[in-house]
Each structure stands twice: as structure tokens, then as C-alpha cells.
Design a protein around this ligand. Structure first.
Ligand code: SAM
Length: 286
């Protein structure tokens, strides 16, 4: 007999329209939907006329319930797992279930969709080519400070989930430990009272002073400024590659032009360019 498939299905983080056509189809086709909170998922299912039976799988029963659901999968039933909002396993249950299913060689298929961290990153205006996600900052002050100390040198953009009650204290700790960085506070994304505040930590703290903050919040913080030499090396290589692709100029002419544009000694530019050519001998067009 064919065994069932476990679908990990992302659901909206607020706006019920943020669900894929495939997610709607799969939720309607599976034999059972395991949900973090069946009442909450029922609202979504009702909105799309889906009447698949529901069962609960949350933080407190995930281990035991996974065993039970894997038995159903082994009997041939397809099951979808959804958390309260967004993508399962991202600061939500789901990891244990997925891990156990994989260890039983069950097919686990993602049905991707919203993640609050990515939505907040998208509108932050901060670099998003690479980022580090830290989920919720520790609620205890000491642990929170410790965590922030440990990521002081992180140069990637950083994303955190935070509770509105702790926002002021967290901003204070960020300012003390990471400095007055660029930050965005995204609140209630995709919902009626959606807003994203952008600015330095001090400016945002000032604008929120004395206000009662409500709703779901995601913070995006700029990474630590990288070492000037490291940054320049990357820039020289990228600019050289670009110039080589787009012009017939000689290496010497490109180096002269870059030296002027970047206000850096020709010797330094040459060094980087020679290294680049050595590492990428066929790089004329790539
Ligand atoms: N699994 C979810 C995901 O994929 O984003 C995250 C679940 S986690 C328990 C909930 C936290 O995500 C909230 O406390 C908040 O920090 C963030 N969050 C969820 N929805 C959000 C929204 N609409 N706007 C801003 N942040 C949100």
C-alpha cells in the first residue's frame, strides 16, 4: 500500500487572502489537517469552504501526537500540518513532527507561503541578500543582553520577533549593546493597522515613548558595519568585473578609473584586480 504524504502548509500571517492556490487545494484534498489551534484554523477553512477534519498538534503534545499521525501516514492517509500563522516550525511547532516523519522515510512536501520575518525584511529597506533570523529575543533581561552581546559583530541584517510589551525595553538594550543602528519595527503586517517604522534605534524609541504598542511585531536591524578593507575589496572586485563586462578598456585603464572613483591608491586596486583575475581566469563575460 502507498504511504501518505505529509504536507507542511504555510498559512496567512493576518490577511486571509495570503494563501496560495495550491495550499487551498492541498488542504481540501488531504484526509486530515493537523493544526496548532484547530479553532483558529477553522476560521481559515471556513473562508475557503474546506471541510477536511482537523486534529490538534501543538507545543505540548507534538511528540506524542506525531507518533499517532505517523501511524496514519503509514496507513496511506495524506496529512497537512498548519500552525496558527505563517510557516510551521518558524517559531512555531512542526520541527519534531517533520523530523520524526523523515526518520520514518515518509515523504514531506512543503507548500510554501508567508513568513513574518521575510515580509518584514522585504519592506525594511535594509540589505536582504543575506540575513540572520533569531526568532524571539529572550524575555529575561539578562539573557537578552547576553544574546545581543553575542551577535554584536554579526554583519548580516538581523531579524527578530518581539512582543509589544517588551518592545521599549528591547530597543533600550539594542541601543546600549549594538549601538544606534538602523532598525525597522513592523507591526501587524498584512492587517488593517499595518505599519513599518524606519529609522535609528534612538529615533524610533523616541517616537514610541509613552505610547501603548499593540499587535504583532517583527524587528529588522542592520548588521555591524564591516571592516573597511573587506568592504573595499568586495567593491573593487565587483566594479572591475562590471567594467570588464561592459567595456573594451584595458585592465590598466579600468584600474586608473577605479582609483579615481574610489579615491584609493592604484597599487591597492591592482592587488585586488590581479587576485580577482587569478581566481577567475575566464571571467570576461560571467
Ligand atoms: N510561524 C510564523 C511565521 O512564519 O512568521 C511566526 C509565528 S511566531 C509564534 C509569532 C510572531 O511572529 C509574532 O509574535 C510576531 O513577532 C511575528 N509576527 C507574526 N505575524 C506578524 C505580523 N502580521 N506582523 C508582524 N509580525 C508578525
Amino acid at each position: 500500500m502507498q504511504r501518505g504524504i505529509l504536507y507542511i502548509v504555510s498559512t496567512p500571517i493576518g490577511n486571509l487572502e495570503d494563501i496560495t492556490l495550491r495550499a487551498i487545494r492541498i488542504l481540501g484534498e488531504v484526509g486530515l489537517i493537523a493544526a496548532e489551534d484547530t479553532r483558529r484554523t477553522k476560521i481559515l477553512l471556513n473562508a475557503y469552504g474546506i471541510d477536511t477534519p482537523l486534529t490538534s498538534l501543538h507545543d505540548r503534545n507534538e511528540m506524542k501526537k506525531s507518533v499517532h499521525l505517523i501511524a496514519r501516514l503509514n496507513e496511506g492517509m495524506d496529512i497537512a500540518y498548519v500552525s496558527d500563522a505563517g510557516t510551521p516550525g518558524i517559531s512555531d511547532p512542526g520541527y519534531i513532527f517533520v523530523k520524526q516523519a523523515i526518520s520514518e522515510s515518509i515523504s514531506v512536501i512543503p507548500v510554501p507561503g508567508p513568513v513574518a520575518a521575510v515580509a518584514a525584511l522585504n519592506v525594511s529597506g535594509l540589505p536582504m541578500d543575506s540575513f540572520a533570523f533569531f526568532a524571539f529575543l529572550p524575555s529575561r533581561h539578562g539573557k537578552r543582553k547576553q544574546l545581543l552581546e553575542s551577535i554584536k559583530k554579526e554583519s548580516k541584517t538581523m531579524v527578530f520577533y518581539e512582543s509589544p510589551n517588551r518592545l521599549a525595553a528591547t530597543l533600550q538594550d539594542i541601543s546600549e549593546i549594538l549601538g544606534d543602528r538602523q532598525i525597522t519595527v513592523s507591526r501587524e503586517l498584512t492587517k488593517i493597522y499595518e505599519e513599518t517604522l524606519r529609522g535609528t534605534v534612538s529615533k524610533i524609541s523616541e517616537s514610541l515613548r509613552g505610547k501603548k504598542i499593540k499587535g504583532e511585531i517583527t524587528l529588522v536591524i542592520s548588521g555591524a558595519a564591516r571592516d573597511r578593507t573587506e568592504q573595499s575589496a568586495e567593491e573593487i572586485r565587483a566594479r572591475f568585473q562590471e567594467a570588464r563586462k561592459n567595456s573594451e578598456s584595458s585592465t590598466r585603464d579600468i584600474v586608473d578609473a577605479l582609483s579615481e572613483e574610489l579615491d584609493m591608491p592604484k597599487k591597492e586596486i591592482y592587488r585586488q584586480v590581479l587576485d580577482f583575475i587569478k581566481e577567475n581566469p575566464d571571467n570576461k563575460t560571467s
